[in-house]
Design a protein around this ligand. Sequence first.
Ligand code: MN
Length: 227
Amino acid sequence: MSYVFPPAPTPSVPVVGTEAQFPVHRIYCVGRNYAEHAREMGHDPDREPPFFFQKNPDNIVLDGHFPFPPLSTDVQFEVELVVALRSGGTNISAASVDDLVFGYGIGLDMTRRDLQGAAKKLGRPWETGKAFEASAPMSPLWATAVVGHPRSGAISLDVNGVRRQSGDLSQMIWDVPHLIANLSSLFELRAGDLVMTGTPAGVGAVARGDRMLGRVEGLGELAVEVV
Ligand code: MN
């Protein structure tokens, strides 16, 4: 077997404490998973089922530099807990989700809010707002053997040293087991899938030169400069 041109390398994320990389299959994201953020976006968080969109695996950036994307004047940060799966399946029960999790990290769901807003208004897909180049800055992953399964703990984002987003993992509307169980009813989950679990309130825009610092208690920091 040969290819008509060399295939692109598999996107991967470093794992804290090992030389081995986590190879990425897909990136799933959930919208409005913290009540305060749902309200700031103009929605009622009560009883709304989770909904999902995707980013592209090669949108991940690991070098701490987020290039300001074209065709937007409202590029916003969303700090999120990232769940990394070591195996998958369909119609997974919430009770068995933990067994499928390899580890956790910190991610930024960078968003061209103006393009996303225009798409929402027209009932169009969100790709241009969400799945653009370098739209997924990410920290290294921490294995569950080291950090367990964080269900509570502070999640925050500072820009230029000023706290902009803050919340607690326990404030998720759909916790990680129920979120991934629901996702597995829609898609066949696989080893290598990453799930970005939604963002707390306080999202806002960045400009070139801004320094973002995301934190999730127990998972270290993710420092990213807008370039
Ligand atoms: Mn998000």
